[in-house]
Design a protein around this ligand. Structure first.
Ligand SMILES: [Zn+2]
Length: 169
């Protein structure tokens, strides 16, 4: 038996399936015309709050929240290592290569875009990247989507520059 189109007042046969919810578990059945109209307007993020959109996007993009437990543990371990080096006569501490004082111009510009100092570590860079990517991504930008899209492009290229420089790519 063919259902009637789900569009209010339409008497044509509902032969086209259209997703009702994001999880694609429920569907409308529309006639061809109403299905086309619906699909044109259907928005994956419809009905979600900005926070929910952010959370969903973050999960899909990074697979985890910004700062996970493992990362915190690693931070703590790094700090203890640093203290140990410092306390035990600085022998290993002093052997570490001196901090870079000159960076290639493109790396400096990239760090500037990230609003980070030239002494920034890779961890700081990747954490900032996550924040900025969320801020500028066309799907999650809250205001001025056009400017955000432009920034997202600059962000991507700045990040690639830094990935190369830090040997992460
Ligand atoms: Zn219809």
């Amino acid at each position: 038996m063919i259902k009637k189109c789900d569009h209010p007042g339409c008497t044509k046969a509902g032969t086209c399936r259209a997703p009702k919810t994001r999880d694609l578990k429920e569907y409308w059945w529309f006639c061809r015309d109403h299905a086309a109209e619906y699909n044109k307007n259907w928005n994956y993020y419809a009905g979600m709050t900005p926070e929910e959109i952010e959370e969903d996007w973050e999960k899909q993009t990074f697979g985890s929240p910004l700062k996970d437990k493992k990362q915190s543990e690693q931070d703590a371990k790094d700090y203890i290592n640093f203290l140990n080096d410092f306390i035990t006569g600085r022998s290993t501490f002093d052997k570490k290569p001196p901090k870079r004082t000159t960076l290639p111009g493109r790396v400096v510009s990239a760090l500037k875009f990230f609003d980070l100092p030239i002494t920034a570590s890779w961890r700081e860079i990747s954490a900032r990247y996550r924040l900025l990517a969320k801020k500028y991504h066309p799907d999650t930008a809250r205001t001025n989507k056009e400017a955000a899209a432009k920034n997202f492009t600059s962000l991507t290229s700045a990040y690639e520059t830094l990935q190369k420089y830090f040997g992460k790519k």
